[in-house]
Design a protein. Structure first.
Length: 203
């Protein structure tokens, strides 16, 4: 009886270990054949995205950007590919495009905090500071440009047309050009002490 008790006690840890293995496999905490198949399926689904990541690791952001664009075009999961584009353009030096793609990745997968973290890091980078500075300088240069005023030429000057010995009119050519059938002018009556000025349009 005593030997039987010892044998049961000795087998108990082994039984617990086997039970634990089964539970862990069910929870997906251990790598088994089924877990390996799931990982392989995901890798195959995002094959172009994986290629893009490998190209980033090899310091080829230009090639990586093309791979990520192809991944989006072929229907791979958008968020990882968009995030990859953000990383690629950040390394190329295009902070404006990098920010756009990080934002799109965060919107495509709001639960993945790494995408928003990438965007936050980009905004704190010196690259983004230089971009803001260049944009500000461009805006200031545009504001400092002199206004482009049209200088009248001799042909655009008004002309005086005598209507009668005591009446003339000053024709304004620009208004004539806008309405060829009408003549806009100022009529001045010369026989009055206070000249009467009237702006009319005749067809």
């Amino acid at each position: 009886m005593e030997h039987t008790h010892i044998r049961l006690v000795a087998l108990a840890p082994l039984a617990l270990a086997l039970t634990g293995c089964g539970v862990m496999k069910k929870l997906g905490l251990m790598h088994g054949p089924r877990a390996a198949k799931v990982q392989t399926a995901l890798a195959n689904t995002d094959s172009l995205t994986q290629i893009g990541r490998s190209q980033l690791d090899a310091s080829n952001p230009g090639l990586a950007a093309k791979s990520f664009e192809q991944a989006l075009a072929t229907g791979e999961r958008p968020a990882p590919a968009l995030n990859g584009l953000g990383v690629a353009y950040a390394r190329i030096g295009r902070a404006d495009l990098a920010a756009r793609y990080f934002q799109m990745a965060a919107e495509a997968d709001p639960d993945n905090e790494s995408y928003r973290a990438n965007l936050a890091m980009l905004y704190q980078s010196t690259q983004m500071a230089r971009l803001r500075s260049s944009q500000l300088q461009a805006a200031m240069a545009e504001a400092a440009k002199p206004a482009d005023y049209a200088v009248p030429t001799a042909k655009e000057d008004g002309r005086i047309v005598r209507l009668s010995p005591l009446e003339v009119k000053i024709v304004i050519p620009p208004l004539e050009a806008q309405s060829p059938g009408a003549k806009s002018f100022v009529r001045i009556d010369l026989d009055k002490t206070s000249p009467r000025r009237k702006r009319v349009a005749e067809k």
